[in-house]
Design a protein around this ligand. Structure first.
Ligand SMILES: Cc1cc2nc3c(=O)[nH]c(=O)nc-3n(C[C@H](O)[C@H](O)[C@H](O)COP(=O)(O)O)c2cc1C
Length: 362
């Protein structure tokens, strides 16, 4: 009997299987709004059979977007545009999740296929903020904007923006909320010693660097219903001896558990040029790290990175590395991956995809 295709319940939500689609920016919004692209993209994933679909990093403020094409969740118009998508996902048996995010010093960038470089303010970019006034890079080859060091008032305002985004996510019909605490974006950049060189209560010791993520999470938990799952995505290692270790992230996960988080999503990298990649080769080591965090922090985990093969995903769940296996690029290649995985693993395909598919090709 396949473990990957066994249901999972977290709080009042039941996932029909342990396959999730990881958050993936689509760079296709105008003013943060979902449009036809998102309806078709998310819709195809919804009928592909994954139990959980996490919508892309959605800015809690306009300045918190990575690029001008990124999604947003800072106004009611965005909520209205998202509602039909979450309803469609649920209608076809998947759980709609959303990742709420602030890109910090990595914001104000061009979309990847237009180069990904920081945009000047007169090119459609904007002023960026971070824990410290340190640019992501200074390799001299291109523009790396220097962020404005956040004041205490900026910190509180940003935490409040996460809270408002959580309320809007609920209104938009999402049933799982993921706070983006990874990839060098704002919350991770506070936690990582590669970025944060503050000397106040938000910098210095591990406890101080963790404060921004933990305070934000605790405030979000107050408004995100107790019966719905709350997740945090971590960069579970900075891939740099001077940065965050897996042990630091075990500690963070156990603090997050105390703050009411149900499951941690164990990604990696992104804080600095050295640990830049959150998509590259190193990600294949992440599922093992998800297992370490799950075991040592006593919290549910999602594994992500290089998962392409149904037997590999089955092993990740069966061996206790994770409760949910997240796929990103493989789902771009094939949104029907869960259906094929069910066939490969000998699981019943009928509960996996809608009858429209199961009847004919299940
Ligand atoms: C097109 C694309 C967009 C992505 N956008 C996000 C995002 O919005 N939030 C995030 O946390 N990770 C994002 N990622 C990273 C993925 O969620 C995932 O962690 C990474 O691709 C490794 O998984 P994979 O090997 O299955 O692709 C993105 C990856 C891709 C390929």
């Amino acid at each position: 009997m396949s473990q990957l295709f066994s249901p999972l319940s977290i709080k009042d939500i039941t996932f029909k299987n342990r396959i999730g689609v990881a958050a993936m920016c689509q760079y296709s919004s105008v003013d943060g709004l979902a449009n036809e692209w998102h309806r078709v993209h998310m819709g195809s994933l919804a009928v592909g059979g994954a139990g959980l679909i996490i919508a892309e990093a959605s800015g809690v403020t306009p300045e918190g977007r990575i690029t001008p094409g990124c999604a947003g969740i800072w106004n009611d118009q965005q909520v209205e545009a998202l509602l039909p998508i979450t309803q469609f996902i649920e209608l076809h048996g998947a759980v709609p999740g959303i990742q709420i995010a602030h890109a910090g010093r990595k914001a104000s960038a061009a979309i990847p296929w237009e180069g990904g470089q920081h945009l000047k303010n007169d090119e459609g970019g904007w002023d960026i903020i971070g824990p410290s006034a340190e640019p992501f890079d200074d390799d001299g080859t291109r523009l790396w904007k220097t962020p404005i060091q956040m004041s205490k008032a900026d910190i509180v305002a940003t935490q409040d923006a996460f809270v408002e985004a959580a309320k809007r996510s609920l209104a938009a019909g999402y049933k799982l909320l993921e706070i983006h605490g990874a990839h060098g974006y704002l919350l991770h950049s506070f936690f990582s010693p590669l970025v944060n060189i503050r000397d106040d209560e938000y910098g210095g010791s591990l406890e101080n660097r963790a404060r921004m993520m933990l305070e934000t999470t605790a405030k979000v938990r107050e408004v995100w219903p107790e019966n719905l799952p709350l997740a945090v995505r971590l960069s579970a290692t900075d891939w740099d001896d001077a940065g965050l270790s897996v042990e630091d992230n075990i500690q963070m996960s156990s603090w997050l558990k105390d703050a009411g988080v149900d499951i941690v999503d164990c990604s990696g990298g992104g804080a600095s040029p050295v640990s830049r990649s959150s998509i590259g080769n190193k990600t294949a080591m992440q599922p093992a790290i998800a297992g370490e965090i799950r075991k040592n922090a006593g919290i549910m985990s999602m594994a992500v990175g290089g998962i392409t093969d149904p037997k590999q995903a089955e092993e990740i769940i069966a061996s206790g590395q994770a409760d949910i296996a997240l796929l990103a690029r493989e789902m771009i290649r094939n949104p029907n991956w869960p259906l094929l995985a069910a066939k490969t693993l000998g699981a019943d395909t009928k509960p996996v995809v809608p009858a429209h598919k199961a009847f004919f090709v299940g």
